[in-house]
Structure formats: C-alpha cells, structure tokens
Design a protein around this ligand. Structure first.
Ligand code: NAP
Length: 433
C-alpha cells in the first residue's frame, strides 16, 4: 500500500489524487489536507463568483473525493498542527499542492496607505475567504485603480463595475454584495506597464467587459500597435487584441461607468493622506519587450487601489524555497526525497485550472518512478493517532457535505449558495461545536 499525503485541496491537489487513483487503484491511500474546513481551494476562494461554469469543475473533484481510499482532512495547518517531517514519517510521499495564496507585493512608496489591497486579499474578500472577510474596502470614493494586465485584474474591474442584478446566479458573499450596492465607484483605470500586445488577459474574459450593463471599456487608439502587427500573434492573443481594438472605437454610449485601459503606465508611488487619493505613474516605452520609464510622470485619481500583479506560494518551515520565483525550489516537482510539489506551488501562478490536470498526472509519474515497490508507512492510521494525541480535531468530507448543504439552504434567491465566512460558522454547520 502506498500512503500519499496531498497538502492543499484545490485543483492541483484533486487532480493529483485523481491521477494516483488511476495509477494505483486500491493500492493507494490518499489523504488530502487543507487549512480550511472546506475543500477546493482556488475554485471556492479564487475563481470569480460570477464565473459559475468554471466552478462547476469541482463536481469532478467530488467524484474523486467519493473514492473509499481518498479522504479530506480539513482544518489542519501543516507547519503548525503537524510538521512536514512528521508527515514524511507517516506517508511514503508528501505532495505540496498549496497554490500561491499570497500577493506579490507592490514595492513602491505609499503602498501601506489605507484602501490599497493586493488581489489575493480583495478577491478573497468578495469570495468569502475567512482570512479576508474583515477586509472592509471603502467604496465611498469615485475612482478605482487596478494594477496589472492579467485575468485577475479583469475579474476585479468587472466585479467593481457590475450592478447588483448582474450578480444573479453568482455566489458573491453577502458582505461584498451589500458593500458594492452602496459603492460610489464610477470609474476603474486598469494600469499596464507594457502595451496591448503584452497583456496576459484571455479573449473570453476581455470580451465580457464589452457587455456590462452600465460600464464601458475604453482604450486609447494611440496605444494600439499598427493592425498589421497583430498577424504575428498567436490566435488567442489576436482575439484579445480584437477586443481591445473594439474598445478603442469611440462609439456614442450612455453607460456612465468607465473602465479605462492605461497602457505603458508603470506605477511609481501611491499618494494620499492616510488613505490613498492618487497614483503616480511613469509613462514607459518598450525596449526589447521590457517596460522602460521615459521620465514623463502623471497622476491618476485613486480612492481605491488593488494590485493584481501575481501571487506567491507561502513558505513552509523546512521546505527549500525559491525566493526569487516565489515558489518551492524543485526539479520537475521533486523537492527532497519523498517530498514533491505540484500546480502553482511547483511552477508559479500561471495557466488555467485545467493546466493543473497534466501537472497532477506528471507528479504521480515522478512518484511512481521513485517508489517502484509498496512502502510500509502507517499513513492515515498514524495521522489519526497523532491527531488524537495532539487534540487536533479535523474536518472530514462528510462534515463538508453538511457545511455545503447549509450554505446551499441559506442562499439568497437565484444564488447557488451563501458561503460561511468564518471557521466557527463552518464548524457549527458541520455540527462540530
Ligand atoms: P498574471 O497573468 O501573471 O498577470 C500579472 C500582471 O501583472 C501582468 O500584466 C504583469 O505585467 C503585471 N505586473 C507584474 N508586476 C508588476 C509591477 N510591479 N507593476 C505593474 N504591473 C506588474 O497574473 P494574474 O492576473 O494574477 O493571474 C494568475 C493566473 O490565473 C494566470 O494564469 C491567469 O490567466 C489565471 N486566471 C485565469 C482566469 C480565467 O481563466 N478566467 C481568471 C483569473 C486568473 P508584465 O507582463 O509586464 O510582467
């Protein structure tokens, strides 16, 4: 019997479990640990609440979770409740699928001003992640600035621009929906330090901005490269640029909310009096694909600033970490003998949810190469003994089912669920306290 511990129950974790089942069938026991009492990681806490079709992928993880030799072990903090060294004593292989839950920091003067947030915190807030439920962003001002030209920047701009009716069918949490209902934000500027041909946005997500109820995206035609240059782009990028070209057409519109793309604009400082009021930006030019400052600066009004410039994996004591890359130091997912990483914790925050499936299968290939014969570790029996001795009360998939049912039962009309946003609420719903 091979005993496998997967740390993190997001897409990378469940695809790895699925791959383990495919390879070893009943000859493997998989324990999937999570910090939260609820599973699915990024699907629950990262994917936008108005992108329910993407969230539907968790049904596939449900099927994996039903296997008798796969177990969810929620509310266990690896590194606090149990160490990596202890897990390695108990399991043949330990796979870190912990994602990249922390923000890459915006290292410019003024980033500690009020109403400045990283995307992990802001997205976590509207998605009901218990760590960020108390964020309390202030929407009293009129101007928001989102820094970054990736899909997360698009998610945030769209959420800020939507009217309440556009959240029908979404699982945005009540505290966020209520705050947005009273929002005074009337414009969002999306800052990109490079140009339209260097965006990290995908066509479908970009296209959504074109059909919002009260908001219209705008691009300065002067920022667009000559159309002939689009031919060299890959088909996806070409579609994205078509959207940007459409946003640059100055058609009459009665939509009062503007989403302005400001390209070749590098943030240099945040300005304010305790709370942010403006962002100082330097105009850039592309040199060998890099953004180089031109010396020309200007200010963009900003009552709320969210930087969506990428994420970092949280280090774990005793696990080699690549600080520059913001993820675990690894060779094709191998960290140390018996210790592996997968998904964003392995390769950094790139790709779509689906990218993690081949990643999960690849790490199981590595483990199979390293463990040709069954091991003789204790696995879950050993973990249970340790948890009992230490008073660690973990959450099972059956407990999660109760939390799930309670969230669905308390949903507002048309919404799939109303998430609990605190551990004690989740545990109460599971009947654990
Ligand atoms: P991302 O795609 O890596 O984009 C990060 C953006 O931040 C880039 O435009 C980057 O510009 C910019 N940036 C980085 N450092 C900066 C700085 N110091 N100043 C100004 N700009 C800076 O990251 P993401 O948007 O967080 O997305 C993470 C992953 O999740 C991506 O793979 C994304 O596609 C995926 N995702 C997908 C969806 C979806 O499919 N619906 C939704 C959300 C996220 P440079 O290019 O110049 O470095």
């Amino acid at each position: 019997m091979l005993h496998l511990a997967i740390i993190g129950s997001g897409p990378a974790g469940y695809y790895t479990a699925e791959a383990a089942l495919k390879r070893w069938g009943e000859e493997v026991h998989v324990d999937i640990f999570d910090l939260q009492p609820v599973p699915f990681g990024l699907i629950r806490s990262g994917v936008a609440p108005d992108h329910q079709s993407i969230k539907g992928v968790s049904k596939r993880y449900d099927a994996v979770a039903q296997a008798p030799n796969v177990r969810f072990v929620g509310k266990v903090a690896v590194g606090r409740d149990i160490s990596i060294a202890e897990l390695q004593e108990l399991y043949d292989a330990v796979v870190l699928a912990t994602g990249a839950p922390s923000d890459r920091t915006l290292d410019i003067p003024g980033s500690d001003l009020g109403n400045v947030f990283g995307s992990a915190a802001f997205v976590g807030w509207y998605n009901g992640h218990p760590h960020f439920a108390d964020l309390a962003p202030d929407f009293a001002g009129a101007h928001a600035v989102v820094i970054g030209n990736g899909n997360v920047a698009l998610d945030i701009a769209r959420i800020l621009a939507k009217v309440p009716q556009e959240f029908e069918g979404a699982d945005i949490v009540a505290h966020a929906l209520d705050a947005l209902k009273g929002s005074g934000i009337a414009s969002v500027t999306i800052l990109g330090r490079r140009g339209p041909h260097q965006i990290a946005m995908t066509p479908k997500e970009l296209g959504e901005l074109g059909s919002l109820e009260r908001a219209r995206p705008r691009v300065d035609p002067a920022d667009l490269p000559p159309e002939a240059e689009d031919a060299a782009l890959d088909p996806g990028m070409r579609k994205s640029i078509q959207h940007l070209r459409a946003f640059a057409v100055d058609a009459p519109s009665d939509k009062p909310f503007t989403i302005d793309f400001d390209f070749f604009a590098a943030p240099r400082a945040l300005v304010g009096d305790g709370t942010v009021r403006a962002i100082e930006v330097e105009r850039t030019a592309l040199v060998d694909g890099r953004a180089v400052g031109t010396g020309e600066t200007y200010q963009v009004p900003a009552d709320l600033v969210i930087s969506a410039i990428g994420y970092r994996t949280n280090p774990i004591e005793g696990v080699p970490y690549d600080t520059a890359a913001g993820r675990f130091a690894n060779e094709e997912g191998r960290i140390l003998p018996g210790l592996y990483c997968v998904g964003w914790a392995r390769r950094g925050p790139s790709g779509t949810i689906g990218t993690n499936r081949p990643d999960g299968f690849a790490i199981i290939d590595r483990i199979a190469e390293d463990f040709p014969a069954p091991g003789n570790k204790q696995g879950r029996a050993g973990f249970e003994a340790l948890a009992t001795a230490r008073g660690v009360d973990f959450v099972t998939f059956r407990d999660w089912r109760k939390i799930d049912e309670a969230e669905v039962a308390r949903a507002r009309d048309g919404a799939p669920r109303e998430k609990f946003v605190a551990f004690d609420q989740m545990l109460a719903a599971a009947g654990k306290h």
